[in-house]
Design a protein around this ligand. Structure first.
Ligand SMILES: Cc1cc2nc3c(=O)[nH]c(=O)nc-3n(C[C@H](O)[C@H](O)[C@H](O)COP(=O)(O)OP(=O)(O)OC[C@H]3O[C@@H](n4cnc5c(N)ncnc54)[C@H](O)[C@@H]3O)c2cc1C
Length: 442
């Protein structure tokens, strides 16, 4: 009680005004909560939030936006806080808008769609789809905590990208609350629609700077009836590239780990890479034919049973956590598919190759490069320079947030995009209330 009073006295009059418009349960400056809700998974930025607010309705959001405009207070939108780029971290006395209580959801029987508010946890939405015998294919190891709003705002991808695409592919409609209080209902009603640009795109991967994603309508998919999984061991990824291209229609995931990762998992391997390939179909025949074709290749290949498959995924999902615990500098790169083999070979030629652990979603060129003992970022810089030569992306699926603003500025190929984004941001949020220092250094 005493602590609460001290915090109240310390609050600015603007903050006190905002507090007065919400219930005690919706507004907090409690130190532990400021730390918990004030940052995401990336721990390179110290959280420094002024307060946390838990809106429960559209009206609450509108009220908060109005007050922030009046007082010139900045806001950071926060979902499940599993982001890896500091986009949901309040570093400079911003108020955090947590979507935790915006968690209503229902099923539309006639369309097999889920209509859910932003704060619905991804696994809860996936479980609703499963209960209707349908699939919501957002698959990665943090979906037990991430939210649908966060998935859309980062355009999250993951293991099933190669077959189902990133989150934006599953979005049929969005309800957005803009910072000036305008409510937008954006929907793709027709397969073909030449009525101008698809403006929902402005919010996919927008990382909390363009508006609050309040509600989304998501499409779900038929469950695949037949599945097969194989493990390929090889020293040369270019052969796998040809295989992926040939069997692309059936492939739902291609995950790889290099020898350093395997060692970390206490698995000895005589090969440089182990690759899991998952195939799915509504018919058994095409799967069997694909397996026969693969068997004729000169690979070390084995068919996995359910237990072996679970073991692979458990190990794969554990890797980022183990490497985070080891303090690895984590890069999330995308390299054009045809150049991956050479890119990784160049990295393996470095003297420091033993400090570099590579794994990721090979089917789409997304490599998670993890570097140990790289606190000063020297090795990361070297790899980013190499990446520019390979025409790659410095963020395949984790976004830019506050963490990679400086880095993105160095990538010459992205400057026109940043220029246009800045103009669009200025036009929808001229006072820069939402997500300060995300994408841009100022
Ligand atoms: C162990 C681990 C594994 C991961 N694996 C993957 C992976 O394979 N693929 C992948 O894509 N990501 C992965 N991630 C990253 C992360 O889980 C995703 O980016 C996820 O989509 C973030 O969702 P969230 O709800 O936690 O968002 P948060 O971290 O809370 O926020 C992320 C960004 O979105 C903004 N935001 C959140 N909600 C809204 C909203 N309603 N409206 C507007 N903006 C909003 C925030 O301001 C912030 O900029 C992983 C993370 C961890 C910790």
């Amino acid at each position: 009680m005493l602590t609460e009073n001290i915090w109240y006295l310390k609050m600015t009059k603007e903050l006190k005004d905002i507090a007065a418009h919400f219930t005690k349960d919706q507004f907090t400056t409690d130190k532990a909560k400021l730390e918990k809700y004030g940052c995401d998974w990336y721990k390179g930025i110290t959280p420094n939030a002024a307060a946390i607010i838990f809106p429960e309705t559209e009206k609450d959001v509108l009220k908060l936006f109005k007050l922030c405009n009046q007082h010139g207070i900045r806001l950071v939108i926060s979902g499940g806080r599993t982001g890896l780029s500091g986009g949901a971290t309040a570093a400079d006395q911003e108020i955090v808008l947590s979507t935790e209580r915006l968690n209503k959801m229902h099923w539309a029987d006639n369309s097999n769609q889920i209509i859910c508010q932003a704060g619905v946890v991804t696994d809860t939405a996936k479980a609703l789809a499963s209960s209707k015998n349908r699939l919501l294919p957002i698959e990665f190891s943090s979906t037990s905590a991430s939210t649908i709003g966060g998935n859309i705002a980062t355009n999250a991808a993951g293991a099933k990208f190669i077959k189902y695409g990133a989150t934006k592919k599953h979005v049929v409609g969005l309800k957005i609350i803009m910072v000036d209080g305008t409510i937008l209902n954006l929907i793709n009603r027709n397969e073909k629609d030449a009525t101008g640009p698809n403006l929902m795109e402005l919010f996919f991967g927008s990382e909390g700077v363009m508006g609050l994603i309040f509600e989304a309508t998501l499409r779900t998919y038929e469950l695949p009836e037949f599945k097969e999984s194989i493990l390929v061991k090889t020293n040369d990824l270019s052969e796998i590239h040809a295989l992926i291209n040939k069997e692309r229609n059936l492939i739902s995931a291609v995950e790889f780990m290099d020898r350093n990762c395997l060692k970390l998992l206490e698995k000895e391997s005589e090969y440089e890479y182990e690759i899991l390939i998952e195939l799915e179909s509504s018919n058994q025949d095409p799967l069997e034919q694909a397996l026969e074709r693969i068997a004729t290749k000169d690979f070390d290949v084995s068919l996995l049973n359910a237990r072996q498959l679970n073991e692979f995924w458990a190990a794969r999902e554990n890797l980022p956590v183990i490497l985070a615990d080891e303090g690895a500098n984590k890069l999330d790169l995308c390299v054009p598919m045809s150049k991956i083999n050479l890119f990784l070979k160049k990295i393996k030629d470095y003297d420091t190759k033993d400090l570099i652990y590579n794994f990721g979603h090979l089917g789409d060129g997304n490599i998670h490069v993890n570097i140990l003992l790289d606190e000063d970022g020297v090795l990361a810089d070297k790899i980013y320079r190499l990446l520019q030569d390979f025409d790659g992306s410095p963020s395949a699926e984790h976004g830019i947030g506050k963490r990679k603003t400086k880095l993105l500025k160095e990538f010459t190929n992205y400057q026109d995009k940043l220029y246009l984004l800045k103009h669009l941001k200025n036009s929808v949020d001229p006072a820069n209330i939402l997500g300060p220092k995300v994408f841009f250094e100022d």
